[in-house]
Write a protein that binds this ligand. Structure first.
Ligand SMILES: NC(=O)c1ccc[n+]([C@@H]2O[C@H](COP(=O)([O-])OP(=O)(O)OC[C@H]3O[C@@H](n4cnc5c(N)ncnc54)[C@H](O)[C@@H]3O)[C@@H](O)[C@H]2O)c1
Length: 335
């Protein structure tokens, strides 16, 4: 039986992907240093998957440990989620982002090289496109990083391209995620990061709803969009996670490197998202309009056709269901 290593597998996207792999009876192990996830995610994931999760508390930069883990478990493919992910944080401490994201990935790729492992799924981001020239954005759109976080992802994509050119047996997919929100239908796992420095809108909105913040900061209402706030492509976490299963299947059958946009193709403004969440929860969310934030673009939504056609993957959840599942997660966990 094949075994997939999930680095950062107890984080937001990794844990939901693990849940789907388990549902599909696919074997996986997890490696995480717990820098941005709560320890009780392990037990929660074990409840959801009804199995003991084999995991290692290891930093992805520890190459020797990675080699041992890969050999011990006869790992056949890797999904690399582990990274630092906040745009605003990356502007303040860029070196840490290069250290964890770039050096961490090189360490992992070295371990894969040493063990002859050549199947790799990489968590990339729509942030690689920067301020888009056109929307919906397809994968041929030029890359234009507006912050160190996006820059680290582009550097890694380039490294992967070079590896693929040098050795045609590698099979790599870079999934450029748009904006995942929502939670698992069990209500046991969701977007619940440890870091206080989180720039994602939904966890910030949840902090307001649960009283740990007084208002939600909306960065900029003077963009050239219908209501002046930024437009993003929000995608349900389960739809996003499912893309990994189809991409895994694809790289198991095809060599080379491919880049896929993983989004719904729909642009939604920040205010629209807030209003939908208010409707779902019956609560009113106080907001404060602040200046535009450095490193943010005005409008960004995907053309997901390549993933639709090649991976045979498509998003299903609409905005209401996305907000509803995030709300259910809040209610069931009283976070
Ligand atoms: N959530 C988003 O909006 C989003 C959007 C685009 C891309 N991504 C990318 O997807 C991936 C997963 O994102 P997420 O939202 O699940 O983030 P997350 O922070 O919830 O999960 C990342 C996990 O990696 C672990 N980790 C971090 N550094 C590590 C290290 N050095 N060694 C081992 N483990 C480490 C953390 O403890 C955490 O559990 C990241 O690479 C991120 O850049 C996320």
């Amino acid at each position: 039986m094949t075994c997939t290593l999930l680095t950062g597998g107890f984080g937001y996207i990794g844990s939901h992907t693990a849940a789907i792999l388990a549902e599909n009876k696919q074997k996986f192990i997890i490696l995480d240093n717990f820098i941005n996830c709560k320890r009780d995610v392990v037990a929660r994931l074990e409840t959801i998957t009804n199995q003991n999760i084999r995991f290692y508390e290891v930093d992805v930069r520890e190459t020797e440990s990675l080699i041992k883990i890969i050999n011990e478990n006869k790992v056949s493919s890797v999904i690399h989620f582990a990274a630092l992910k906040s745009v605003s944080d990356s502007l303040m401490r860029p070196l840490d982002y290069y250290e964890v994201n770039v050096k961490g990935t090189i360490s992992l790729l070295q371990a894969m090289k040493c063990t002859g492992l050549k199947r790799f799924l990489f968590s990339s981001t729509a942030a690689v496109y920067g301020e888009p020239d056109f929307c919906p954005i397809d994968e041929k759109h030029k890359l234009n990083p507006l912050n160190p976080y996006a820059q680290t992802k582009i550097i890694i994509e380039k490294i992967l391209e070079d590896i693929s050119k040098a050795d045609r047996e590698w099979s790599i997919a870079c999934l450029r995620y748009f904006n995942p929100i929502g939670a698992h239908n069990s209500g046991l796992i969701g977007d619940d990061p440890l870091s206080v420095e989180n720039s994602n809108l939904m966890p910030e909105m949840i902090k307001v709803v649960t009283g740990s913040k007084n208002y939600l900061n909306v960065f900029g209402d003077d963009y050239e969009t219908s209501d002046g706030t930024g437009v993003r492509d929000y995608i349900h976490i389960m739809d996003l996670s499912k893309a990994h299963v189809t991409a895994l299947d694809y790289i198991n059958k095809n060599n080379g490197i491919n880049f896929f946009n993983i989004g719904t193709g729909e642009g939604v403004s920040v205010l629209e998202l807030i209003k939908t969440f208010e409707k779902v929860s019956g609560l009113s969310i106080p907001i404060k309009i602040s200046n535009r934030r450095e490193g943010d673009c005005a409008v960004c939504f995907a053309n997901p056709k390549k993933a639709n056609d090649i991976l045979k993957w498509k998003s299903n959840y609409d905005l209401y269901k996305m907000c509803n599942s995030a709300w259910e997660f809040v209610k069931s966990n009283k976070i």
